[in-house]
Ligand binder design. Structure first.
Ligand SMILES: [Zn+2]
Length: 340
C-alpha cells in the first residue's frame, strides 16, 4: 500500500472475500464483478480486466485517491481516474470505480449474480424483486456501465441503503463490516436463486451434428439450448446484460437449419471475419468454436444460468442494438449485415 491507509488484517479479510466471490461462477464470471475498500484518503479497487478469483495469488488491486475521484463525481466530470492512481503496479482502476467511490461505505461488493440478473430483466422487475427481497433496496434502471451508471445511481442513492439492484446488470452490496456485507450479498443472491426452467435439460441428444471448427455442447448441462420451446428459443439470440455483449458479441447467432449455420460460417471465413464463439441451431443445441476463450465460456455458462432461472411468463427486457453498440464502440448493425 502507498501510505499505510489500511491495516493488514483489513486487507487480508477483504482479499479473502474478493476471492470467495470470484470463485463462485454464479456470482462472478471472468473479469466481471469488482470489490473495494475505503480509508479516509484512498480506496483500493479491483483493477480493470483482472479476475477476482486471483485476489489471493496476484496483484489485482489498485489504490486510488478517493477525495479526488469524489470531487470529479460532484462535478459530473467523466474520467478514467488515471491521474488518481496511487499504487505503482501499472494497473488501471476498474471501469466501475466511480460508483464504488460514490457509495459511502467502507466496503462495496459488486457481482453479476445470475439469480439477480434473472430477476432484474423483466418489465416488472422492481415489484417482483420487492416481493422476494423483503429488505430496502434501490432499483437502478439500466445505464451503460461506467460514469453514466454512476450518475444514475447518484440520482437515487440514500445514505442508509446498502443494497442496489442494477436492472439488466447485477447487484451491489455495501457496508462497514466485511463479513456482514459479504453475508448480505449471499443472502440477496440466495433469496432470488430459483431454478425455474430445468425441465428442458433432460432432452435426449438424437444426432451428432458436425460443423467444421465447432462442436455440439451435448452434455446434460447444455441441453436447455435444444429446447423446442419457442419462447425460450426466441431468447437465445438476445443480450440481457453488458458482459454478455462484451464477451460473446451482440447476441448468439441462431439458425433454424444446419445448412444456414454452415452458410453463415462459410461467409465469415471467405470475408476473413472472426468466427463467433458460439451459435445455436434450433432443436439441435449450442455449438462452441474450438478456439473459444475461457472468459467467453464462463460468460456462456452465466447466460445458461440466467435462462435456467428466469421467469418465462414475464415480459423480458433485453438490450437494444443501440445499447449493444455503446458497449462495443462499433456499429453492431453493420456487423450483423456483414454476416448475413
Ligand atoms: Zn458490473
Amino acid at each position: 500500500m502507498g501510505n499505510n491507509s489500511f491495516t493488514e488484517s483489513e486487507i487480508s479479510k477483504f482479499k479473502e472475500v474478493s476471492y470467495k466471490l470470484g470463485k463462485n461462477p454464479s456470482l462472478v464470471q471472468a473479469a466481471g464483478g469488482n470489490t473495494s475498500i475505503k480509508s479516509d484518503k484512498s480506496m483500493l479497487i479491483k483493477a480493470s480486466g483482472t479476475w477476482l478469483i486471483n485476489s489471493l495469488n496476484k496483484d489485482i488491486f489498485v489504490e486510488v485517491n478517493l477525495p479526488s475521484i469524489n470531487q470529479k463525481i460532484s462535478n459530473e466530470h467523466d474520467d478514467s481516474f488515471e491521474e488518481d492512481i496511487i499504487s505503482k503496479n501499472n494497473l488501471r482502476p476498474s471501469l466501475e470505480t466511480s460508483f464504488h467511490a460514490l457509495i459511502n461505505y467502507k466496503y462495496v461488493l459488486h457481482v453479476h449474480s445470475t439469480a439477480t440478473i434473472a430477476n432484474a430483466i423483466s418489465s416488472d422487475s422492481k415489484n417482483e424483486l420487492e416481493k422476494q427481497i423483503n429488505e430496502d433496496f434501490i432499483f437502478v434502471p439500466y445505464y451503460r456501465p461506467g460514469f453514466t451508471l454512476t450518475m444514475g445511481i447518484k440520482k437515487l442513492i440514500k445514505p442508509e441503503i446498502k443494497i442496489f439492484i442494477l436492472e439488466n446488470h447485477g447487484l451491489i452490496v455495501a457496508g462497514d463490516d466485511i463479513e456482514e456485507t459479504y453475508n448480505l450479498l449471499l443472502n440477496i443472491h440466495n433469496k432470488l436463486d430459483k431454478t425455474r426452467n430445468n425441465k428442458f435439460t433432460n432432452l435426449e441428444v438424437t444426432e451428432d451434428l458436425e460443423i467444421e471448427n465447432y462442436y455440439l455442447k451435448n452434455t446434460e448441462k447444455y441441453r436447455l439450448f435444444m429446447s423446442p420451446d419457442e419462447n425460450l428459443y426466441s431468447l437465445f439470440s438476445k443480450s440481457f446484460y453488458p458482459d454478455h455483449v462484451i464477451f460473446l458479441g451482440p447476441g448468439i447467432p441462431t439458425f433454424v437449419e444446419k445448412s444456414q449455420a454452415e452458410k453463415f460460417i462459410g461467409n465469415l471465413k471467405i470475408k476473413n471475419l472472426p468466427l463467433p464463439p458460439y451459435f445455436i441451431i434450433k432443436n439441435k443445441g449450442l455449438f462452441e468454436n474450438s478456439s473459444t476463450i475461457p472468459a467467453a465460456k464462463e460468460m456462456m455458462d452465466c447466460f445458461l444460468e440466467v435462462l435456467l432461472k428466469v421467469d418465462l411468463s414475464n415480459s423480458l427486457k433485453f438490450l437494444s442494438s443501440e445499447q449493444e453498440n455503446e458497449l462495443l464502440n462499433w456499429d453492431v448493425e453493420k456487423y450483423r449485415q456483414s454476416i448475413n
